[in-house]
Design a binder for this molecule. Sequence first.
Ligand SMILES: [Zn+2]
Length: 467
Amino acid sequence: MISPTSPKLKQVSTINSDIRSGRASSKSAASTASSSSLSNTRNNRSPNPPTKRYSTHDISSVPQSPEMSNEQVFDLMEKEQDKIVVKMTREISQLQEELKALRAQANSRSRRSSSISSNASLEIPRGEPHAAATIRRSSSSTHTHQVPQAQLHELAQENAALRHENEALKREIESLRAQLRNPVCIYSSSLPHYTTLAVDPPVPFPQWLTDFTGLSQWPGLDPPYVPLDFINFANVPAVPQHAQAQCATLFRDSCSFDCFNCISFDDVYTCPQLSQTFDDGPSPATIKLLDHLSSKSTFFTLGVNVVQYPSIYRQIVERGHIVGSHTWSHKFLPGLSNEEIVAQIEWSIWAMNATGGHIPKWFRPPYGGVDNRVRSILRQFGMQSVLWNFDTFDWKLLDPAYSRDEKEIYRDVTKFRQANNNQGLILEHDAVIRTVNIAIEVNKILGPSQLTVPQCVGGIDYIKRFN
Ligand SMILES: [Zn+2]
């Protein structure tokens, strides 16, 4: 969710010109051929595609106590979520305190050992278990003390244990921070009762996917790479892998959006009208957003959430919105190998196909992480990157490290609308109720005169639809 700040978008005269002129559709049609292996896979493996028409679910079909209204349920979700954020923040503070105490303890130990001899370095002779260790002054070796080796071993062991504990705590703090930043985890791990609220059981693993992959269940957060005959790694440029915000090894010709705000010819990053887009869902909070949106929008969904909340996903589509892919599990793609990138994309497509009966055309890279290597793979799938030219930074509200609040967001959105003459692609999130509430207010500010991403560029909604 972390995106480049203030995207100062590179002027490229050819940006989207072919898309706007309608060539995108023919291009899409051409790319459909390359990506049709996916479609064929489904068709070949499943000669009788499911004829079941999914009924429209609404919150009234959600199992809940009869005395609770929808609004009450949403309020409850909101309060629960706030409590979790507070709890996690407190846990982080506690862990930080613990870490501090451990550090102090470690320091006092090292002071104690160094008090044996100031400026001394410890040397434990190897291979001489009964020999005494020597503590030698660092300045010269003119003076030595003899210290029992058992004591030194004890100290060394204690230090190692403390270091180990320290590292474990650091990892725990990082993971809690990540959970705060990534609401997907908040939903899937901490709010099991929302899962029961979330309408129906996860989407079954389809037989055609078992036939193709040999697997029988949806993968975890690191999906396995399944080779596809239409993906040719020989055509993928050798852009070095890089971790998020580690741009030193990257050249400008990588056209990295996360490092250089670089936009390529087929990236979508703005719109002739306003266009709200929502990442990281579907989630139970998405239902509230659907109930309040006055315009058609584009939802970039995570495969793990699609299979977990299938009927919410279908509601998005049935209410006339467009769904695109946001990977399987929200990984920063430029940091992955080619095979891992393919796995993130293919599993998200399979999740959407199994749940909604379609193959997505539009792709939003998590954290804006896209460069020419990632694009090359995306194009082989027949997909295009969708970036943005206005980030609401709504996710910052979920991270206590930032002090952004709702008012700031509404003020920035209003300014953006005025400065950009009612044009632009806006980045928001629908994984938690707090950002959904913001999205509803932003929708009021921007009004109903909005376009979906394919409408923005005159492109197709999906590469293929099966029902
Ligand atoms: Zn995201």
